[in-house]
Ligand binder design. Sequence first.
Ligand code: FAD
Length: 405
Amino acid sequence: LLKPKIVILGAGYAGLMTLTRLQKTISVNEAEIVLVNKHDYHYETTWLHHAAAGTLHHDRVRFNINNLIDRNKVKFIQGTVVEINTDKNKVILENDELSYDYLVIALGGESETFGIKGLKENSFAIVSVNAARKIRNHIEYQFATYHTEGEKSDDKLTIVVGGAGFTGMEFLGEITDRIPKLCRDYDIEENQVKIICVEAADSPLAGFDSDLVKYAMAYLEGRGVQFKLGTRIKECKQGAVIVQSGEEEEEIKAKTIIWSAGVRGNSVIDRSGFEANKGRVIVQPDLRAPGKDNVFIIGDCSIVVNKTDNSHYPPTAQIAMQQGVTCAANLTKLIRKKSDLEAFVPNIRGSVCSLGENDAIGIVYGKKVVGSRALFMKKVIDNRALYMMGGASLVFKKGKLNLFS
Ligand code: FAD
């Protein structure tokens, strides 16, 4: 008897969570499961700011996918998805084509530059292990060549971060931890380094508790970060950004420009004819794509609507993982020919924003936390994600085990 074939695209939080749940519930005879991912490793997207700043080696933020897979049940294909043809139930990879009976699209997000001139070409975005290690090396190279004959220029030591959302703030925390070490290694005075954060809104971390935001800003300013609020990046050139605040324009020369103010869903969504807003699809309550009863879309490629006020939940790892659980349960029901699919209900436990190794802010179960309590919670959240995907052994291998320091 021919088994139904489930294809999962993407081994991020959403995809791996679906997979690890599915391989527990589905028996070998019930379905064939195929996982497709660009790399043979999973990376913790929420830890990439460490790797980009160089405060954690990139091998600490990734692990081999094959170690998590039950090979009796799951086939892993390393490949890049180009397009999906939902009429023909086919996935087109760069070098291959796959058919499916059930599809899970969990390809994550991409950087969005909103058409700002030169930004895509001349800035970095913290979006993958490859991108993170390029940023780390680029920054280190600027320091390493500062004293090189004929190359000395202060813009080498200027880092501009565009966007003070979670990613921008967490990166600022890490880079301020890293700067003293870089300065020591390359005989540079710390006060020669400039870190400028440009944010279009009047405050960092839009919508977050204002006391916590003030705390975070004061902490980062104390470590040398200069915030330019109410200021937007108008253009980006090689080695400079042009920013605008009101009527005033200014050019800031900086050899390192990090863009962290925009994320969108995966461009595969746009190429595959889904009705989407910047690569994100408003999914049905059971997480299936509208009008496509064998296609689930989860994680950063999906939009979850908050029923209480019709707003959209911001895409997070927290939601992606919870969606993975519901998606696996619903796939199991479909395979077993049951029609009572579960509706996805997000359970937002809170969020914590790290500010480097020594401080953090957050709201956990409705309570404000800062300092060592917030740092402790952040590590618990990070370890829990590992535990959910790979159990205790993964936590021991890759977890943040120094919980109290
Ligand atoms: P991802 O985890 O990004 O996984 C997508 C996977 O698909 C990747 O493995 C990728 O390689 C693969 N892929 C992509 N394109 C293709 C293709 N064409 N073909 C094949 N494979 C492909 N959220 C929180 O909840 N808390 C936080 O503290 C937090 N901090 C963050 C810090 C940073 C620096 C960043 C960048 C994000 C942070 N987020 C945080 C957001 C969170 O990381 C995302 O919402 C989450 O990763 C989404 O999960 P996902 O499974 O949809 O995508």
